[in-house]
Design a protein around this ligand. Structure first.
Ligand code: ZN
Ligand code: ZN
Length: 175
């Protein structure tokens, strides 16, 4: 498993609206083997998990280290992760975050929590954030070398830059 990628996917999971199975299947693009398993119950559980996980990103954005650590630890108690060694490729033994019988929701929750916990241990507790381009409320994971990320996407970054440029031009104009 690639923990950084799982951490980044957890941000994508929070940024995705999951009203129904179609939306969940769309979120699982590239993981076609999971599509047939996805149910309404998974969507319901994942919507609940989105509400539980958002405060961890908000705590990180507010430099609240305790909030990040306690928040993730609490979530790992509430959603126990069951790792297993997978040998679907016998030449490349690796960890999966959930038992073979796990539901789609259990799998995505396990990946998100282990990914974020590893990221926080490796890169520190301040690498999660909420987009600075209001009114966007998306979250992001900052894996940039100098921890300089402020926006959820290129789109929001350029929108904010254009707005700042307009504001500067307006301020520079004589009244
Ligand atoms: Zn595998
Ligand atoms: Zn944004």
């Amino acid at each position: 498993m690639d923990f950084i990628r799982y951490a980044e996917q957890s941000a994508a999971l929070l940024n995705t609206e999951l009203p129904d199975v179609d939306a969940l299947v769309a979120h699982l693009a590239g993981r076609e083997w999971l599509h047939a398993q996805a149910t309404d119950r998974d969507c319901m559980l994942l919507r609940k998990f989105q509400r539980e996980l958002r405060p961890v990103f908000e705590a990180s954005a507010a430099d609240d280290q305790r909030g990040v650590v306690d928040g993730l630890n609490d979530l790992m108690v509430r959603h126990p992760v069951t790792p297993r060694i997978s040998d679907h490729d016998p030449g490349d033994l690796h960890l999966h975050v959930a038992a073979r019988s796990a539901s789609v929701a259990e799998l995505l929750v396990g990946e998100a929590l282990l990914g974020l916990a590893t990221l926080v241990c490796d890169l520190g507790p301040s690498r999660l954030g909420t987009c600075a381009a209001s009114p966007c409320t998306h979250v992001y994971v900052d894996t940039s070398p100098n921890a300089s990320r402020r926006y959820c996407s290129e789109r929001c970054s350029s929108r904010a830059n254009v707005a700042a440029y307009r504001a500067r031009r307006k301020a520079a104009q004589p009244a």
